[in-house]
Design a protein around this ligand. Structure first.
Ligand SMILES: NC(=O)C1=CN([C@@H]2O[C@H](COP(=O)(O)OP(=O)(O)OC[C@H]3O[C@@H](n4cnc5c(N)ncnc54)[C@H](O)[C@@H]3O)[C@@H](O)[C@H]2O)C=CC1
Ligand SMILES: O=C(CO)COP(=O)(O)O
Length: 333
C-alpha cells in the first residue's frame, strides 16, 4: 500500500532513506538548508552529503516542517541524536494522532542517557515508536549497492507494514520486536568503530581488528542485555552486522575519526574538518555512565573514552587493553 512519508533531516542517511521510500511511496523530505531543498527538487541531488548519483525523481524536498509532516502516515527522523528531541518539538504541533515515528539515529542523548524511541515516547506519547537500523552505510545504498536492515517496532503488525514500505529489491528489510536491543546495537557499535579505526590508523593489523570486533561484540552485548535488549538481537543485523560493517569500512565516519586519531591527529581538528556527524564521539560519554549504572565491564569503550576525553594516546589505549587479564570466552565477559 502506498503511504505518505515525512522524513526529517536532509543529511546523508535521511536523504538516502527518503530516496528509497520515494520509489513506492509519496515522500517529502524536510531539510533546513534552502540550497539543499532546491537542489533535490531541481537536480535530484544532495551534493553536500551525497556527491554523485541521482536521487529518486519522485522525492520532494521542503523547507517547511509543517508541510512535511501534516499529511504523513509515517514520520521518519534522520536527525543526529543530540538534536533529535528539538526537531520532534518543532514538528509536534503538525503531526496527526497515532502516526508511527521511526528513528534512523544511532546514538544516545547526552543529558538524559536516553534512546531515541524513549525521546519519541516522551515528546509524542501515544505514537508507536520504532527504529530502522543495521549495516547501512548511506553512500553504498545511495550508489545502488545491496544491503539488509531491520525495522524494530513493538507492534508486529505495524512493523510488517513498514517492512513493505521500506523494502526495495536491493534494500532488504527484516522485522524485530526488540526495539531496545536494535537501538542499542546501532549506538554502541559506533564507539567500537572508533576503536577499530584507531587500530587501523596505527597499523595494528588484521588480527587486532578481528579481536576488537569480537571482544567489542561481547561488551556491546553485555551492556545491551543489562539494559533490556535480547541476546539474539546483538548477533543479528542490528548488532554484529552493523559492528562488522562500521569497524571495517573507511566509509564509516566513526571509523574515520578513529583512523585519524590512530594517525596522531587531534580530535578537535578531525571534528572541525568533518562535514558529517560521528555519533560515537558523544555516545562514548553516555556509555561510560551507563556502564557504571549497570555495573558492566566495557574495557574497549573505556580505552576509546580515555583517548577522546582524557588525553590518552592510541598507544596508551593499546597498552591498556593488553594489560587486562584475558578471561574465559565461556564467561559472559
Ligand atoms: N550516514 C550513514 O551511513 C548512516 C547514518 N545513520 C544515523 O543517522 C543519523 C543522521 O546521520 P546522517 O544523515 O548520516 O548525518 P549527516 O551528518 O550526514 O547529516 C545530519 C543532518 O541533520 C541536520 N541537522 C542537524 N541538526 C539539526 C537540527 N537541530 N534540526 C534540523 N536538522 C538538523 C543537518 O543539517 C544534516 O542535514 C545519525 O544518528 C547516524 O548515526 C544511520 C545509518 C547510516
Ligand atoms: O551506521 C552506519 C552504518 O550502518 C554509519 O556509520 P557512521 O555513522 O560511522 O558513518
Amino acid at each position: 500500500m502506498k503511504l505518505n512519508f515525512g522524513i526529517l533531516g536532509g543529511g546523508s542517511w535521511g536523504t538516502t532513506v527518503a530516496s528509497l521510500l520515494a520509489k513506492n511511496n509519496n515522500t517529502i523530505l524536510w531539510a533546513r538548508n534552502e540550497d539543499t531543498v532546491n537542489e533535490i527538487n531541481t537536480r535530484h541531488m544532495n551534493s553536500k552529503y551525497l556527491p554523485g548519483g541521482e536521487l529518486n525523481k519522485n522525492l520532494v524536498a521542503s523547507n517547511s516542517i509543517e508541510d512535511t509532516v501534516k499529511n504523513a502516515d509515517v514520520i521518519v527522523v534522520g536527525i543526529p541524536s543530540q538534536h533529535f528531541r528539538d526537531a520532534l518539538k518543532i514538528a509536534k504541533p503538525y503531526i496527526r494522532p497515532w502516526v508511527p515515528i521511526v528513528s534512523l539515529a544511532k546514538g544516545l542523548e547526552l543529558d538524559t542517557k536516553k534512546r531515541m524511541t524513549q525521546i519519541i515516547e516522551e515528546e509524542l506519547p501515544g505514537h508507536p515508536a520504532g527504529v530502522l537500523t543495521g549495516p547501512n552505510l548511506a553512500k553504498e545504498i545511495h550508489a545502488g549497492q545491496a544491503a539488509a536492515a531491520v525495522i524494530a517496532m513493538v507492534d508486529d503488525t505495524i512493523a510488517k507494514q513498514l517492512q513493505g514500505s521500506f523494502s526495495t529489491g536491493l534494500f532488504r528489510v527484516y522485522t524485530n520486536d526488540d526495539v531496545i536491543g536494535c537501538e542499542l546495537g546501532g549506538a554502541l557499535k559506533n564507539i567500537l568503530a572508533i576503536a577499530s579505526g584507531m587500530g587501523d590508523g596505527a597499523n595494528a593489523g588484521d588480527n587486532t581488528r578481528a579481536a576488537l570486533i569480537t571482544r567489542g561484540l561481547s561488551e556491546l552485548t553485555r551492556l545491551g542485555k543489562a539494559m533490556g535488549g535480547k541476546g539474539s538481537t546483538f548477533s543479528g543485523l542490528a548488532g554484529m552486522g552493523d559492528l562488522v560493517a562500521t569497524c571495517s569500512s573507511s566509509k564509516s565516519r566513526n571509523y574515520q575519526v578513529g583512523f585519524q586519531l590512530g594517525k596522531g591527529k587531534r580530535l578537535e581538528h578531525i571534528i572541525e574538518e568533518m562535514n558529517e556527524v560521528a555519533e560515537g564521539v558523544k555516545t562514548a560519554k553516555v556509555v561510560m555512565e551507563l556502564a557504571r549504572d549497570y555495573n558492566v565491564d566495557m574495557p574497549i569503550s573505556y580505552e576509546v573514552y580515555k583517548v577522546l576525553y582524557e588525553g590518552n594516546t592510541v598507544y596508551d589505549a593499546f597498552n591498556g587493553l593488553l594489560k587486562i587479564e584475558s578471561g574465559s570466552e565461556k564467561e559472559p565477559g
